[in-house]
Design a protein around this ligand. Structure first.
Ligand SMILES: NC(=O)c1ccc[n+]([C@@H]2O[C@H](COP(=O)([O-])OP(=O)(O)OC[C@H]3O[C@@H](n4cnc5c(N)ncnc54)[C@H](OP(=O)(O)O)[C@@H]3O)[C@@H](O)[C@H]2O)c1
Length: 347
């Protein structure tokens, strides 16, 4: 089976990851690429300042970039759209595609916390896709909008889901986030070299709210947030890719670190093309200095989560976790949601 897909905002940092990950994808065939009015009409090679570490696929390089509006992709016969637009643009531009009946798997942060929009990680909360029916009723469109979480949230939440069996009560997390998370022009070299920045605008709120939605329960009509308190402190450091996070989780039970490691390793993955066989790789006490961004971010082709440093605290456990922010944390996450949408019959 082949599904024709398009990318909204295909020339940006995340858009380029989409192009890379969709090259030779077993299901998806790229049929349309859009960008800003300045790029429309150019070939992809002309429009994109290509910065990914593999060459632009030949067929994509010669594709024409079109405007980000439904009429411009009408002839491409696309069944599914991936979106990597700045959220201020996506707020205006995604609804016309949904009204035109497109299914949109989006990275942008707008609408992630809307009560009728599934915020989904396929291995964690695939049942939240049921919100699409609520969304179609409430918004009156035939399309479907599905979001993936922020890159720092997606790094931590699979590990929290694995801890839920011990009674997850509260979470404190401090992040060490790579510069690629801010986009190519997000942080200048003069700001970040020889430095660390202890604030990332809006990021703490995203981690605190999105985590509770992802871990929440859906009863077929309404979604309830998980009741664990989540407090985040977000920091930018001069790594290129891979967010590392120090997590302190309060638990009702008092599991041994070995039981926590076992629960993370045993946490079930999803049976989708881009999902790793083992979702969470866990380093044991013999390797206390792992995971590290440079060494571990490409675990499972950048789609896995890596944890380590699990130790008991007076209230539960502390540990470190890591994921590749532009693969698992952005384009790869949207593609995985696209695979789930196909599997569940929404595409
Ligand atoms: N970078 C990350 O690690 C990361 C992780 C998770 C989520 N995200 C989210 O993903 C989204 C994209 O991030 P990014 O880093 O890829 O941004 P980016 O590099 O700035 O790319 C933005 C894309 O949107 C297009 N665009 C800009 N203004 C437009 C307009 N008015 N109409 C239509 N298209 C327009 C750009 O086209 P032109 O090339 O023509 O300007 C480009 O293709 C953001 O919402 C971001 O928050 C990013």
């Amino acid at each position: 089976m082949s599904v024709r897909v398009g990318i909204l905002g295909a020339t940006g940092a995340v858009g380029q990851r989409f192009i890379q990950l969709l090259d030779d994808h077993p299901i998806f065939e790229l049929a349309a690429v859009t960008a800003s009015p300045e790029s429309a009409g150019l070939s992809y090679r002309e429009a994109a300042k290509w910065r990914v570490d593999t060459a632009i696929p030949d067929d994509v390089a010669e594709m024409e970039v079109v405007a980000t509006e439904p009429a411009a992709i009408a002839d491409a016969d696309v069944d599914l759209l991936f979106s990597s637009l700045p959220s201020s643009v996506a707020t205006e531009v995604e609804p016309p595609f949904l009204e035109a009946g497109y299914v949109v798997s989006s990275n942008s942060s707008n609408d992630r916390m809307a009560g009728d929009v599934p915020l989904t990680i396929p291995e964690i909360n695939p049942d939240h896709l049921g919100l699409i029916d609520v969304q179609r009723d409430e918004r009156g469109w035939d399309g479907a909008l599905v979001k993936n979480p922020n890159c720092s949230t997606i790094t931590m939440v699979p590990t929290l889901a694995a801890l839920d069996e011990f009674g997850l009560e509260a979470v404190h997390v401090s992040t060490l986030q790579a510069v690629s998370g801010a986009g190519y022009s997000g942080v200048t070299s003069m700001e970040i070299l020889d430095n660390a920045i202890p604030h990332i605008g809006g990021e703490e709120d995203k981690m605190e709210t999105e985590s509770r939605k992802l871990l929440g329960s859906f009863d077929g009509a309404e979604l309830s947030l998980h009741d664990a308190d989540v407090v985040a402190s977000c920091n930018r450091i001069p790594t290129l890719d891979g967010h590392l996070e120090n997590v302190f989780a309060d638990l009702a039970d008092d599991p041994e670190p070995a039981a926590v490691r076992d629960a993370m390793r045993a946490f079930e993955s999803a049976d989708l093309s881009s999902s790793p066989d083992q979702l969470i790789k866990v380093f044991g006490p013999d390797e206390p200095d792992r995971p590290q961004p440079r060494l571990d971010r490409m675990y499972a082709d950048g789609m896995g989560i890596v944890a380590g440093g699990v130790e008991s605290t007076t209230k539960g456990v502390q540990y470190n976790c890591l994921a590749h922010n532009t693969i698992r944390g952005a384009a790869g996450a949207s593609i995985l949601n696209g695979e789930l949408l196909v599997e569940e019959g929404y595409v």
